[in-house]
Design a binder for this molecule. Structure first.
Ligand SMILES: Nc1nc2c(c(=O)[nH]1)N[C@H]1C(S)=C(S)[C@@H](COP(=O)(O)OP(=O)(O)OC[C@H]3O[C@@H](n4cnc5c(=O)[nH]c(N)nc54)[C@H](O)[C@@H]3O)O[C@H]1N2
Ligand SMILES: Nc1nc2c(c(=O)[nH]1)N[C@H]1C(S)=C(S)[C@@H](COP(=O)(O)OP(=O)(O)OC[C@H]3O[C@@H](n4cnc5c(=O)[nH]c(N)nc54)[C@H](O)[C@@H]3O)O[C@H]1N2
Ligand SMILES: [Mo]
Length: 768
């Protein structure tokens, strides 16, 4: 195709979007059928059987889907898998291949004009490729030459800080540890990672309030709790196996409150796809009380709940856990005093939830001794993401609902090993005790100054301060905010390198030279000098366990991530204190090194071989709060104000049912009833009318921050059950509208659920 331009954002295509009623029940038979059809398209029958039967089994591989833990006791026969896990596996175990012939046929500009769906469906990357400066076609390069090219560019940097090393959350503990060790031996802490865009707000908030940046609950706590609050999370799509746990909790007597601008299907009712009884019946009603909060109305809502509790407490004296508050917390008086200042009607107005429902929620909380709060991106990806989470902690502290069985915090993680990667030291702001240990065990001086997080890395690249960008997995261009700005940032680099399993847009919008290093995925056998290896990962609840692939690798030219790091280290570092080849010949050796550096990994090689793995220490779980005050801290959090101008809306960018982040499995958001396309904007029907639009018509989106106008044209209006003034679009189509400077205070998490947009009739309606 002539005259095409390199396309950084998902291109606009002619679509035939269909809207049907949202589903009332999640999972069940349609989920099974849907997952198997994805699987069938990608794999042959025998691979299909051998993969799906070993996912999340004690001796199998860890599902690359999400980080929800596996049950310790009963694991179902057909693999402990779910619909979206099956799609994730099919995506990786696909029989389609991207070879050098593919790149010979398609130039990068043409590929960049393909949809993300089409790019992803091209298949697995099979051999190292280089895009030479000025060229339009990737061509093969040997592994050795690839490492020499990268090493030369790294060693040409005036300072190691002129390079950036990104990590996405599928990387195993072993690969992540070796990677950060290499990066620090090379000399920088410039290690942005996907968690910067994800649960960083949770990490910051929980560290400050309860002394550990991870959740405190175990899976079994769900089965003995009184009340579960699911806030800003869509588990039916993003953590389907969590629904099984919620169902079990309900059957054991727990109540569930859901807080979300959307009535997400999975939260309302659930049929277990592997239970014949369930499949025949109507399934289990999960949510007892649904609070349809406005986008970013959570602090106002929680303040209202807490004020009601505080008023009751003052008259009865028996609502709060005074024993706990006295012995284990700091800042109580200051905190409760601020509750006097609020007016319930005003709070109800701000959060959009009727006062009667807020009272109902408060009653349920009064009745509960043990509360678990679960949350995900609906809370973290806001300017006040950190404060959102601190406010939830306030509730738990008042009720003494942390540090005892059946109660605590549950930030539900995204990528399957994002939590493990941080434990292994993938962090732009490493702590002193970690660096000291790394120094003494590995015998070198690690850099001490902070590195760039994701937002800082984009800006530094944009300013021309970075020469080399290296990504261990992920799709940096499409996952980050401000797509056009980030594209320029990447293009400013001399070299961009992607270690990847599948082709994505970050391979197409590149530095002057670009290299693709294709790697093994979770599902594949990993052979090294000393034989077949396994890796380990940490799930959302702090359990470290093994993961062993069983498929023949997609190509004989693939290397494992640990092997790639070792070879890169050998090519780059002079006089390294580390024997890289030995560590990779046998991953037990890497694990022995991890054991010496990172607390909680004693006897790593033995314990990781035990069925189900082992728990890492978690002081908050034990009621020991390792904060600056030595106690769990109450905090006073402001209520965010949104003074929307006329015609302005607050937009959240969310996932559809058919995607894993930037990987698009299909074009259906089945539960929400939006089929066959992704360029949609969900709007309240009154807002549609007020704006003079029609349901189904195409409109253009615009954001305007500090005079910079960003545009995303041609989205189909879908009338949806969403509060007024709020709209929803899918990520990554709308990322182009999110300014790089719009991020959470302290955590730097892009505020991708809180973008002010204006809307107007589309100038491209001829495409419709
Ligand atoms: N199949 C599948 N599984 C996945 C992923 C995937 O893309 N596909 N991604 C993985 C990753 S990396 C992550 S981080 C998780 C993400 O899991 P989620 O956080 O569930 O993902 P999102 O689609 O971003 O959904 C955010 C939810 O928050 C709600 N929300 C938005 N704004 C607000 C708000 O202001 N207040 C409240 N209370 N709610 C709000 C939205 O309506 C939506 O239901 O899932 C992981 N698992
Ligand atoms: N607007 C908006 N933006 C968001 C979000 C949002 O809700 N809204 N969510 C944010 C969140 S929570 C996250 S976590 C980030 C995700 O950001 P990333 O983690 O960077 O993105 P992914 O789409 O998960 O990465 C997919 C790519 O990873 C590669 N890959 C898959 N498996 C492997 C593997 O085993 N090894 C290696 N080396 N590569 C592999 C494949 O090439 C695939 O194309 O996006 C963030 N961006
Ligand atoms: Mo995430």
């Amino acid at each position: 195709m002539k005259n095409q331009k390199l396309c950084a954002t998902p291109p606009i295509e002619k679509e035939n979007i269909k809207i049907v009623a949202p589903k009332k029940v999640a999972a069940g038979m349609p989920a099974v059928i849907s997952s198997l059809s994805h699987v069938k398209e990608e794999m042959n029958l025998s691979t299909c059987k051998s993969t799906l039967f070993s996912v999340n089994q004690m001796t199998g591989f860890d599902c690359p889907g999400c980080a929800w833990p596996d049950p310790d006791d009963h694991r179902s026969g057909l693999g402990e898998y779910c619909e979206n896990g099956a799609k994730a596996i099919a995506e990786e175990a696909t029989t389609k291949r991207v070879t050098h012939e593919f790149f010979k046929k398609h130039d990068v500009t043409t590929l960049s004009n393909w949809s993300d769906f089409k790019i992803g469906k091209s298949g697995r990357l099979t051999e190292p490729m280089i895009l030479k400066a000025g060229s339009q076609h990737y061509e093969p390069i040997s592994w050795e030459d690839a490492f020499t090219t990268i090493a030369t560019e790294l060693n040409n940097c005036a300072s190691p800080n002129e390079s950036v090393f990104y990590t996405s959350g599928r990387t195993s503990n072993e690969a992540a540890f070796l990677y950060q060790l290499f990066v620090r031996q090379y000399g920088t802490n410039n290690m942005p990672d996907c968690s910067n865009m994800c649960h960083e707000s949770s990490g910051v908030a929980l560290s400050e309030t309860v002394g550990i940046g991870k959740g405190s609950v175990k899976l079994e706590d769900f089965y003995i709790t009184d009340l579960i609050m699911v806030i800003g999370q869509n588990p039916g799509t993003n953590h389907p196996r969590m629904l099984t746990a919620l169902q079990k909790a309900k059957r054991a007597g727990a109540k569930i409150i859901s807080i979300n601008p959307l009535p997400e299907t999975g939260l309302i009712r659930f049929k277990h796809p592997q239970s014949p009884l369930d499949m025949a019946g109507a399934g289990t009603k999960l949510t007892d009380l649904f609070l349809q909060v406005k986008i970013n109305g959570d602090v106002a809502l929680f303040k209202a709940i807490l004020k009601i509790l505080w008023d009751k407490e003052q008259s009865t004296g028996n609502i709060f856990d005074h024993e706990f508050i006295k012995n284990h917390t700091a800042g109580y008086d200051e905190f409760v005093n601020t509750l006097n200042d609020f007016d319930l009607n005003e709070l109800s107005e701000i959060c959009g939830v009727p006062l009667s429902k807020i009272h109902e929620a408060a009653e349920m909380i009064v009745d509960a001794d043990k509360i678990i709060t679960c949350w995900a991106m609906g809370l973290t990806q806001h300017k006040n993401g950190v404060q959102n989470i601190k406010e939830i902690v306030n509730l738990l502290l008042l009720k003494g609902s942390i540090g005892k069985p059946g109660a605590g915090t549950c930030p539900v993680r995204g990528h399957s090993n994002v939590q493990g990667d941080r434990t292994m030291g993938i962090y732009d702001r490493p702590k002193k005790p970690f660096l000291d240990k790394l120094q003494s065990v590995c015998q070198f001086d690690p850099p001490r100054e902070h590195g760039y997080n994701t937002v800082e890395a984009i800006k530094a690249m944009h300013e021309g301060k970075v020469k080399v960008f290296f990504a261990m997995g992920g799709n940096f261009l499409s996952a980050t905010p401000d797509t056009d700005y980030t594209a320029k940032a990447l293009q400013n680099c001399n070299l961009t390198v992607q270690v990847s399993t599948k082709l994505n847009r970050s391979h197409l919008i590149t530095g002057k030279t670009a290299i693709i290093l294709p790697c093994l995925g979770r599902t594949e056998k990993d052979m090294q000098t000393n034989g077949e290896q396994f890796v380990s990962v940490e799930n959302s609840m702090g359990i470290v366990h093994s993961s062993r692939g069983n498929l023949t690798p997609a190509s004989e030219h693939l290397l494992s991530e640990p092997a790639i790091v070792a070879k890169l280290a050998n090519a780059t570092l002079k006089n390294s204190t580390i024997k890289w080849d030995d560590l990779v010949a046998d991953y037990d050796k890497t694990r022995s090194l991890i054991e010496q550096v990172i607390p909680g990994f004693d006897n790593y090689n033995k314990r990781v071989r035990e069925p189900g793995g082992f728990y890492l220490p978690n002081a908050a779980r034990d009621g020991d709060f390792k904060t600056s005050t030595g106690k769990a801290n109450f905090s006073v959090n402001e209520i965010p104000k949104h003074d929307l101008k006329d015609g302005e809306y607050i937009m959240m960018t969310i996932r559809s049912h058919d995607q894993f982040n930037t990987t698009i499995y299909g074009l259906d958001d089945r539960y929400r009833g939006i089929l066959n396309g992704r360029r949609v904007i969900m709007m309240n029907k009154n807002d549609i009318q007020k704006a003079g639009f029609k349901n189904g018509e195409y409109i253009d989106l615009e954001s305007n921050y500090n005079g910079v106008v960003r545009q995303a044209p041609h989205f189909k209006v879908v009338a949806y059950d969403i509060p007024q003034d709020c709209v929803a679009t899918y990520f990554p189509e709308a990322n182009v509208l999110i300014p790089v400077d719009l991020f959470a205070k302290k955590s730097y998490t892009p505020a991708s659920k809180q973008v002010y947009v204006t809307l107007k009739k589309s100038v491209m309606s001829n495409l419709a």
